[in-house]
Design a protein around this ligand. Structure first.
Ligand code: TNX
Length: 503
C-alpha cells in the first residue's frame, strides 16, 4: 500500500491506531523538531488535524519521532527508518532527520486520504525501510518554459511524497536563462525575457533561488543546478555578443530545435564567463553537485568540446562542487576525479553512450541513470497526445516506466557505480505546472520506486521480478492522496483508479 515499496512491511494484525483528540507529536533527538513540525503541517493540510509538537515522553495515542544513532534499521543510517503503527501509538525511528522525514512520508500514505472525519484510524503495521540508491531525482526544465518559485515549491511537495530527494533544475537553455548572475546581468534581462512558444519568460532572483533551495533543504531535497554549456546557450549568446564565435549576438529563440548554438570556446572572455557563472551559482548551492550540461553540442568541434568541458568541470571543482554532466561529457579525458555522468541514452545503449558513461566510473565518479525511453517524462503516454514529444521511442506508458532496472543497461555498470536514477521533464511543449504534473504523475512513482526499492532478486529478468499489477494497485491508493492534495495526474488506462476521483 506504499509507493515506493518498503524493504519490509508487516501487517501485525493488531488493533489499529486511532488518532484521538489531544494526541501529540513527540520529538526527540537532533533534527526531530523540524521533522515533527513538517508532520504537523502535513496533518493539518491533509486531514485538518492540529497536533502540538512537544519534547515529552510519549503517552498513549501519541505519534513519536525519535532520532538517535541506534535508531532506524541496522546498516542503513543515512536515510533508513523504522515505523510502527499500533493501538498504543505511532513511532518513527531513524538515525538521521532525513530518515525520519521519509518515515513521515510513509505514514502520510498509510493514513486514509479521506481523513477529515472521525474516527481517523490507521491499520497496525511494522516497517523497516531504506533506499537502494542515495540519489533519487526529478528534473524540471525551467528554461524552455519558466516556472515561478510557487510552482517549484508545489512540485517539491509532490515529489517528497515519493521519497525523491534531488531536484535537478535545468536553469539555462537556448530558450531562456533563468538565474540571476550579478556579474553578467544581461543574461536574465535579455536572455530571461522569453521562453518556448513565445512564452513570457522569467527568472529567479538570487533571493528567489535562496528561498527555493532552503524550502527544498527543509524537505531533505538537494537542488542540483544545471548551467547547460557549451551548446544549448542561445539565450546567453543573445545577451552578450562577445560570447559568440562570430562576435554577433543572435536573436532570442523560442522554437524547439536543439544543437545549433555554441559558446566561443577557447576564448578568455568565455573562460571568464564560465568562471563567473559557476562561482556565483556554486555560492548559492549548499548541495554537493553542479551540473554543466554538455549535451547535444552539435555545433562545437569535437576537440573544442573536450577542451571546453574539461575546463568547465575544473572550474566547478575549484568552486568546491562535484561536476555533473550529460553522458557525452565522458568523451573528454582528464575530467576532475569524481565527476558524475548522467546517462540519457536508451535501455539498450546507442552510439557510444555506454562507453561514455563508463568513462565517469573510470574517473572515480558515478553515474545517474535517466534512460530516455523509460525515464523521460515529457515523452507522450499515448500516440496523439497533444502535449509531449515522442522522439525517445515514445509513447512511454506507465508499465514501461516501471519495468526496467538501472543496473541492467550498461554492461559493467552495477549498483556500486550507479549514484541513482532521475526522471527529467523537458518543457518545450509543457507550459503550466498542472501540465507538468500530468506528465510526471503517475510515471514518477515508477521511477521513484526503481530508485528506492530493493533490486529485483533475479536481475537477469527484470520483468519477472517487478510486479506491475501490485504496483498499479498501490498507485491507485496513492491517487487518493493526489486527489486530496490537488496534485494533477494522468488517469492512464493501466491503473484501476479510485472511482469517485474527479481528475
Ligand atoms: C533531449 S536529453 C535533450 C533536451 C530536450 C529533450 C526533449 C538531453 C540531455 N537533451 O534538450 O529538451 O531531449 O525530450
Amino acid at each position: 500500500m506504499v509507493v515506493p515499496r518498503p524493504a519490509q512491511l508487516e501487517n501485525t494484525g493488531d488493533a489499529p491506531f486511532t488518532l484521538l483528540p489531544g494526541a501529540r507529536i513527540i520529538v526527540a533527538g537532533p533534527g526531530a523538531d523540524a521533522v515533527g513540525r513538517l508532520l504537523r503541517v502535513e496533518l493539518a493540510t491533509d486531514c485538518r488535524r492540529e497536533l502540538a509538537v512537544v519534547h515529552e515522553p510519549p503517552a498513549f495515542g501519541d505519534i513519536a519521532i525519535v532520532i538517535a544513532d541506534d535508531e532506524g534499521p541496522a546498516g542503513h543510517p543515512a536515510e533508513g527508518y523504522t515505523l510502527e503503527v499500533a493501538a498504543e501509538g505511532v513511532r518513527i525511528g531513524a538515525a538521521t532527520a532525513a530518515g525520519a522525514f521519509w518515515g513521515v512520508q510513509t505514514l502520510r500514505q498509510l493514513v486514509p486520504a479521506e481523513c477529515e472525519g472521525d474516527p481517523l484510524t490507521v491499520e497496525a503495521v511494522r516497517l523497516a525501510d531504506h533506499p537502494r540508491f542515495a540519489y533519487r531525482g526529478a528534473m524540471l526544465d525551467v528554461a524552455r518554459h519558466f516556472f515561478p518559485v510557487a510552482d517549484v515549491k508545489r512540485f517539491i511537495d509532490a515529489i517528497v511524497l515519493l521519497k525523491v530527494n534531488h531536484l535537478h533544475l535545468h536553469l539555462t537553455d537556448d530558450q531562456g536563462w533563468r538565474i540571476e548572475i550579478a556579474s553578467w546581468p544581461e543574461l536574465t534581462r535579455i536572455g530571461g525575457s522569453t521562453g518556448s512558444d513565445g512564452s513570457h519568460g522569467g527568472f529567479y532572483t538570487v533571493d528567489d533561488y535562496r528561498d527555493l533551495v532552503a524550502y527544498a533543504a527543509e524537505r531533505h531535497v538537494t537542488i542540483v543546478p544545471e548551467l547547460d554549456m557549451p551548446g544549448h546557450t542561445n539565450a546567453a549568446l543573445a545577451s552578450y555578443p562577445e560570447l559568440n564565435p562570430d562576435g554577433v549576438a543572435p536573436a532570442l529563440y523560442t522554437g524547439s530545435r536543439v544543437g545549433f548554438s555554441t559558446l566561443r570556446t577557447g576564448d578568455p572572455v568565455t573562460d571568464g564567463f564560465v568562471r563567473d557563472v559557476v562561482r556565483e551559482v556554486a555560492a548559492l548551492t549548499p548541495g554537493p553537485y553542479l551540473h554543466i550540461g554538455g549535451d547535444e553540442c552539435l555545433s562545437t568541434s569535437a576537440t573544442d568540446f573536450e577542451t571546453f568541458v574539461r575546463r568547465a568541470a575544473e572550474l566547478v571543482a575549484e568552486a568546491g562542487k562535484i561536476p555533473v554532466g550529460w553522458h557525452e561529457m565522458g568523451r573528454a579525458g582528464g575530467l576532475p576525479e569524481g565527476t558524475v555522468g548522467q546517462y540519457w541514452s536508451f535501455r539498450t545503449p546507442r552510439d557510444d553512450a555506454a562507453e561514455e558513461a563508463l568513462a565517469f566510473v573510470r574517473g572515480g565518479g558515478a553515474v545517474i541513470m535517466s534512460p530516455a525511453d523509460v525515464a523521460y517524462l515529457d515523452i507522450v503516454y499515448e500516440e496523439g497526445d497533444p502535449i509531449g514529444q515522442d522522439w525517445a521511442d515514445g509513447p512511454t506508458d506507465l508499465r514501461s516506466s516501471y519495468e526496467w532496472d538501472p543496473a541492467r543497461i550498461v554492461p559493467g555498470l552495477g549498483d556500486a557505480h550507479i549514484l541513482g536514477v532521475e526522471a527529467p521533464v523537458w518543457t518545450e511543449t509543457i507550459a503550466t505546472i498542472e501540465e507538468v504534473e500530468r506528465m510526471v504523475f503517475p510515471r514518477l512513482a515508477a521511477v521513484a520506486e526503481i530508485g528506492w526499492s530493493e533490486a529485483p532478486a533475479d536481475t537477469a529478468d527484470v520483468l519477472s521480478t517487478r510486479d506491475f499489477e501490485d504496483f498499479a494497485h498501490r498507485v491507485e491508493r496513492l491517487a487518493e492522496h493526489w486527489d486530496a492534495l490537488g496534485t494533477a495526474y494522468r488517469r492512464v488506462a493501466e491503473v484501476p483508479w479510485p472511482e469517485d476521483a474527479t481528475r
